[in-house]
Design a protein around this ligand. Structure first.
Ligand SMILES: C[S@@+](CC[C@H](N)C(=O)[O-])C[C@H]1O[C@@H](n2cnc3c(N)ncnc32)[C@H](O)[C@@H]1O
Length: 215
């Protein structure tokens, strides 16, 4: 049980409620999906082969599409932060992450100590954070990471909001790589790329991998 009151916002209320339940229930962690995510993580972690992370936190893990893939690639300790209760339950019931490593919370309030994981990442999560909450969310992710930060998100040259599943206020695209580097100049770009849907089965995701100054 977390001591602090959980943060709220229009977006978080949606993800904790029916909107988030529907997402969780319509996305199936089948072999095709996990194989695509495994290829994705194999590529992202490639530059870290000599200094692999020993602990990895996914912020907004849902039922663990990425964490299931990562467990095929690494023996790292896997941790998950997820605001949707049913998704957290699935992470534990499916033995993706042990119960003591699944946390209720949001990116802008992570119940972990400073520098407590080697790699903290988001995948399709920064896009769902309102512009005013994005900076504080990135600050928290930066705070809990000891060495590396990664994100895979939808790209746009300049910030724009897109209607998502017929609703406003739930999807925001931008150059998240630039946002990260402008806000946290200690970050060094390790690698970046694009997962094109036709070639990868992934959702046209642009990704970045950063190392903290001490990484
Ligand atoms: C589109 S899903 C992506 C799930 C997973 N990261 C993936 O790549 O398959 C977005 C997830 O982020 C969670 N989420 C939404 N807003 C969040 C926030 N502010 N902090 C942490 N997680 C959030 C949602 O509950 C949902 O599980």
């Amino acid at each position: 049980m977390n001591q602090k009151q959980q943060p709220t916002s229009h977006q978080l209320d949606a993800w904790r409620g029916d909107f988030g339940d529907d997402y969780r229930d319509r996305n199936v962690a089948d072999e095709t999906m996990i194989a695509a995510r495994t290829a994705m993580w194999k590529r992202i972690l490639e530059p870290l082969a000599d200094q692999p992370p020993h602990s990895i936190l996914e912020i907004g893990a849902n039922i663990g599409f990425n964490l299931r893939a990562l467990s095929r690639l690494t023996d790292s300790d896997l941790l998950a932060l997820e605001p949707n209760e049913g998704a957290r339950t699935r992470l534990v019931d499916d033995a993706v992450v042990s119960a003591d490593k699944v946390f209720d919370g949001a990116a802008n309030q992570i119940p972990l100590e400073d520098g407590s994981v080697d790699l903290a990442f988001t995948s399709g999560v920064l896009i769902h954070i309102a512009p005013d909450d994005l900076g504080p969310s990135c600050d928290e992710i930066h705070r809990v990471s000891n060495r590396y930060i990664a994100c895979a998100e939808y790209f746009a040259d300049s910030p724009q909001e897109i209607r998502y599943r017929g609703q406003d206020g739930l999807l925001f695209k931008r150059d998240f790589g630039a946002f990260w580097m402008d806000r946290h100049p200690d970050l060094r770009l390790v690698d970046y790329g694009f997962f094109w849907r036709r070639a990868t089965g992934l959702d046209n995701l642009t990704w970045w991998l950063f190392a903290k100054d001490n990484g």
